[in-house]
Design a protein around this ligand. Sequence first.
Ligand code: UTP
Length: 406
Amino acid sequence: MNLDEARAVLREHGQEHLLKYYDQLSPQEREVLLNQIAGINFSVFHALDAGGERKIGKLSPVPAVTVHDVELRRAEFEDIGLAAIRAGKVAAVLLAGGQGTRLGSDNPKGMFNIGITRELSIFEQQFVNISEVTRKAGAYFHIFIMTSEVNNSATVQFFRQKNFFGYPSEKVHFFVQDMAATCDLNGKIFLEEKGRISMSPNGNGGWYASLLKNGEGDILSREGIEWLNVYSVDNVLQRICDPVFVGATINGGAGCGAKVVKKVAPEEKVGVLCMEDGAPAIVEYYEMPPELASLRRPDGELKFPYGVILNYLFRVDLLNKTTDKRLPVHLSLKKIPHIEDGVLVKPEEPNGYKFEYLVLDMIKLMGSCLAVEVVREREFAPVKNRTGTDSVDTARALLVKNGVKL
Ligand code: UTP
């Protein structure tokens, strides 16, 4: 893209200010900026028109396999799951492209040391969890790891340095997710340097599109992978390719499965899995009308009891049918450093938006979803914050409770 073409594109979208410092840039910096302009996905900016609001449809409870059901049928589900893993039909996808701003560490979140008397990264603890499954199955599964441009090299380097935590490296595949431009509250795109647009990872919902774009789709078809277990990096009790979960989902004939926990209170800040206008959906805690969140059944249980823990099982053939479908774009209000009057400003308060696709919106596209309830204290120890709720402290306490020596 040359300067005239860039000017025309920016004029069309009301973003001409991005060339404000063009004359001050070196030839290389100019080229970088023009390339960035050529790559901007302006379609996400439509999210600004809706102001990030979404209308909630008619909600009803989702079909679920409860902890009690699992206890009754554990062996049966586990056999189905282990058979699928041994046949190479199941692979894992680790979402590790986030910036972990709340944790406030410059390194990738998975590198965070959760140990106390010894070094134990979140990545390592998740691989310890994985080893329980591979030992039982007598087989390794493929693991695809999504990083972002911001943390890819640090992540790959860490895995090499740690010798892939003893996992066969030929089964571990890294891919980089897409980025989206950030903007101020009026939709004007930020510069982070005079010649560089401020970009951030475009959310965890772009994982399948990015995986295909990076050419990993060949591995899926070559190896006959039918199911992808997608999970977040920030749960140290995350059970990955759990044979019971895999078996229950396959047995249930659903398009996808979601691990869920019973909410501790109606207002708990977790996305709620339910049916919305007849299709499975996850309603974020801030979208859920309080009167619905607190509705109870005659037996006293919440009508919408299940919170998701970012551990899903997707059917690959259904994912392939959704590649042309647009996911909604979410606005995330953040503190975004940027150039103002030629100098870098680091705001104290949220000053702009990042644009994100979310994996939870993919559930709807799968047609049906089976909720598989798990025991919270055994499987859900999120590390979002440094202290307080869902923090390093609470995750450590839960690890100790589960017999992990820190
Ligand atoms: P979060 O929504 O908690 O975001 O990610 P985050 O970026 O890690 O943390 P904050 O909000 O800045 O504090 C949930 C999961 O989705 C992944 C994260 O790595 C984590 O596993 N994720 C998030 C991505 O892979 N890409 C993204 O763009 C965002």
